[in-house]
Design a protein around this ligand. Structure first.
Ligand code: THU
Length: 163
């Protein structure tokens, strides 16, 4: 029997002012775009902004539905837009912010399981890791160098090919 361990490091910042200018700008865009979320049911407005390898910025917000499971998260809205407008261009960094109209928005949240799978597919497809900046509308910020860290043992197309 063998034992294995998976661990990863991430960065924690106390305020947005500690970030590099480019990161600060991307997080500000993610926070701002939360205003375009359609979240009448959860009142949890999520905004994502990503900078691509070609320098373009793509954004996404969550879009809910009266038939709850039909709703889509901000991250997957963004990924669909990026894949369509800038096909196969890697995402360098994605900032994800939220504005919770039910209460505080001052601790970072991380992508849901379904979004992690989508992010993983995008990373595999473009061959580049996606760096994540996670935060609310204020307070602490987490930076994770590689989204793949959030989904160990991920399922990928390689498994389908038997590779
Ligand atoms: N949501 C996102 O858009 N991204 C996440 O990472 C977590 C959750 C959305 C889905 C739903 O519209 C609302 O937030 C509450 O779950």
């Amino acid at each position: 029997m063998q034992k294995a361990k998976i661990e990863f490091e991430y960065e924690i910042y106390t305020t947005i002012d500690e970030l590099l200018t480019e990161d600060k700008d991307l997080l500000e865009q993610a926070r701002k775009v939360t205003a375009t979320a359609y979240a009448p049911y959860s009142k949890f407005l999520v905004g994502a902004a990503a900078i691509l390898q070609n320098g373009e910025v793509v954004k996404g917000t969550n879009q809910e539905n009266a038939s709850y499971p039909v709703g889509i998260c901000a991250e997957r809205t963004l990924l669909g837009t990026a894949a369509m407008s800038h096909t196969n261009v890697p995402i360098i960094t994605m900032a994800i912010a939220y504005n919770n109209l039910n209460g505080k928005s001052d601790v970072p949240v991380s992508p849901c399981g379904m979004c992690r799978q989508s992010l993983s597919e995008y990373e595999n497809r473009t061959g580049k890791p996606i760096r994540l900046i996670l935060s609310g509308m204020e307070g602490k910020i987490f930076i994770i160098e590689n989204t793949g860290n959030l989904l160990p043992f991920s399922f990928s197309g390689d498994h389908l090919l038997g590779l």
